[in-house]
Design a protein around this ligand. Structure first.
Ligand SMILES: CC(=O)SCCNC(=O)CCNC(=O)[C@H](O)C(C)(C)COP(=O)(O)OP(=O)(O)OC[C@H]1O[C@@H](n2cnc3c(N)ncnc32)[C@H](O)[C@@H]1OP(=O)(O)O
Ligand SMILES: O=CC(=O)O
Ligand SMILES: [Mg+2]
Length: 571
């Protein structure tokens, strides 16, 4: 058995380096340190890189400032402050303004499928019968150079309508149907660098690379074939404040001007998935009012953010992860207020992701999982959500049926479900402590899932099925910060009658036992070949760090950066 102590040693991964002959044709001030590939070079053209560099140069100081503001807010919360509505922007919350009308192309979004920008999954998602496919560079993607660049190639081919995939093992060819879902793209969050593209000596901002390359290559085709004159369409993740939405709005305006298309062509849905952002929903929509198609309840990151925001508030420890669902008062209040806010300003209020996925080998368990999804979707549509997310094509018929049966033939509920009752929700409603118990099994599950997810992420898979649930970066974050919080404050595991307090000794035993269990479950061979030990080390270090890291993936990213040709060290 590998001992717990070995996982507490400092992280000594080094960047992997490869060498090669070919190079990209780059504009002044741009350096590419990712592997050369002739396919990638059709994405990383000189003009496309110039476009990304222009975005980076114009917006980098604004992004740095916004990240500094996040740090200041964190200090306020760590000193006992609570997030709340900003008195300075009351006029926006109470004003009678509207977002630009929703384009016809995306009026009906009752079921949206999500998934990483992987070739076969893109085809399956576009063919799935969902109204929208959100192609993900974020929670569902491990942002290796290969994944990101292949993702751009795949999306270009998807927008061109030429994408195909040959599954050699099954001798099956995948192609697009005549009718496909509308494509939205989710770039990474503001905090993630792209360590393979340097601009003026600094790593580029990950989301500007994702957005810039996709927009550059696809805006014209997309508007012709998908957007009925609008587009491209985006999902924007992990914002905390409307100043971050203002940067996106300015990025969109710059891109529209560069492309010579009308202001308001690009449309985006913002995920409300941080606790501070729930107090900024009007302000975020206001900043993006020419470019908005609504808000979405990113419930998993939201739970993660609740813990992160209250990391210095031991009176707000979460119960077991499985107990923090949408029926908790603070979660229901967030969803209700989001619906009211979106519909007041004339845009979609999208629901979130149920974590259940189909269970192939057990019909009874499968039906039980489907029933949980149906229940979650029924709650969403009855509350007034205009649509929802599905993690897997097998869930789409059930989600579609629930929404269709409860929407009276309308494409959305924007004008029929105003939810005026939710306008009275207060800061206390939005912050109310979650109820429930903490258990040893909760600690074990967090550990088992967190390590297995990270092991997959380090080997290139950003979303995985674990114990019949979808796990991605957001759900793994909950496991990490919850363990950290319980350890930091010696939380009592009061739910299983044991009454033990979480401490380093207990956690050490849990890590060792869960690693042994993972090895049994996945088999010795896979365990040896996989990156479970590296993942365990990372996860353990993160859970036991004296100061909570802002993002698991920022730390883990250093392990998947592969510079080429032989080049300098860490970020
Ligand atoms: C918190 C958030 O941010 S949620 C949004 C981000 N997360 C996601 O997008 C997760 C999306 N879902 C997934 O990645 C996958 O469904 C997983 C990893 C959870 C499960 O994947 P698998 O184990 O491969 O599923 P399974 O084996 O049942 O797949 C069956 C078929 O459905 C396809 N499929 C599964 N999920 C998806 C999807 N989301 N989009 C498109 N196709 C999919 C598979 O490609 C496979 O196709 P095939 O039969 O042609 O080979
Ligand atoms: O991105 C979605 C979430 O729930 O997090
Ligand atoms: Mg998220």
């Amino acid at each position: 058995m590998v001992s717990f102590e070995t996982f507490l040693q400092p992280n000594n991964f080094v960047l992997k380096k490869t060498s090669g002959m070919m190079g990209y044709d780059v504009p002044e001030g741009v350096g590419i340190r990712g592997r050369y590939d002739p396919e990638f070079s059709k994405i990383l053209t000189r003009d496309a890189l110039q476009f990304v560099a222009d975005l980076q140069r114009e917006f980098r100081s604004h992004i740095k400032y916004a990240m500094e503001c996040r740090k200041e807010a964190k200090m306020r919360y760590n000193n006992g402050g609570l997030p709340g509505f900003d008195p300075a922007t009351k006029y926006i919350r109470e004003g009678e303004w509207m977002c630009a009308p929703v384009p016809q192309a995306v009026a009906d979004r009752r079921v949206e499928i999500t998934g990483p920008v992987e070739r076969k999954m893109i085809i399956n998602a576009l063919n799935s019968g969902a109204k929208v496919f959100m192609a993900d560079f974020e929670d569902a993607l491990s942002p290796s150079w290969e994944n990101l660049m292949r993702g751009q190639v795949n999306l270009r081919d998807a927008v061109n309508g030429t994408i195909s995939f040959h599954d050699q093992a099954r001798n099956r060819v995948y192609k697009l149907n005549d009718q496909t879902a509308k494509l939205f793209v989710r770039p990474r969050g503001w905090h993630l660098p792209e360590a393979h593209i340097f601009i003026d000596g600094e790593p580029a901002t990950g989301c500007l690379v994702d957005f810039g390359l996709y927009f550059f290559h696809n805006f014209a085709n997309f508007r012709k074939t998908q957007g009925q004159g609008f587009g491209p369409f985006f999902y924007l993740p992990k914002m905390e404040n409307s100043r971050e939405a203002r940067i996106w709005n300015n990025v969109f305006e710059k891109a529209e001007k560069w492309a010579g298309i009308e202001k308001g062509s690009i449309r985006a849905t913002v995920l409300i998935e941080t606790l501070p952002a729930v107090f900024q929903m009007n302000e975020i929509l206001y900043e993006l009012r020419d470019h908005s198609v609504g808000l979405n309840c990113g419930r998993w990151d939201y739970i993660f953010s609740y813990v992160k925001t209250f990391q210095a508030h031991p009176d707000r420890l979460l119960p077991d992860r499985v107990l923090v669902g949408m029926s908790q008062h603070f979660m229901r209040s967030y969803s209700d207020l989001l619906i009211h806010t979106c519909h007041k300003h004339g845009v979609h209020a999208m629901g979130g992701m149920a974590a259940q996925i189909p269970i192939r080998d057990d019909p009874a368990a499968n039906e039980a999982a489907l029933e949980l999804v149906r229940k979650d979707k029924l709650r969403e549509v009855k509350a007034g959500h205009d649509g929802t997310w599905a993690a897997h094509p097998g869930l789409i018929p059930a989600c579609m049926e629930v929404f269709t049966n409860n929407m009276s033939n309308a494409p959305n509920l924007i004008h029929s479900m105003k939810r005026h009752d939710a306008s009275v929700l207060t800061e206390e409603d939005l912050l109310q402590r979650p109820r429930g118990v903490r258990t040893m099994e909760g600690l074990r599950l967090n550990t088992r899932v967190g390590i297995q997810y990270l092991a997959a992420w380090l080997t290139g898979a950003g979303s995985v099925p674990l114990y019949n649930l979808m796990e991605d970066a957001a759900t793994a974050e909950i496991s990490r910060v919850q363990n950290w919080q319980w350890l930091k404050y010696g939380a009592e595991l009061d739910g299983d009658g044991l009454g033990v307090k979480v401490n380093l000794d207990l956690f050490g035993r849990v890590v060792e036992e869960e690693m042994a269990r993972i090895e049994r479950e996945v088999g010795k061979e896979k365990f040896k070949k996989g990156m479970y030990k590296e993942a365990c080390k990372l996860f353990t270090r993160q859970c036991t760090a004296p100061i909570l890291d802002d993002f698991l993936t920022l730390d883990a990213y250093n392990n998947i950066v592969m510079h080429h040709p032989i080049a300098s060290s860490r970020l």
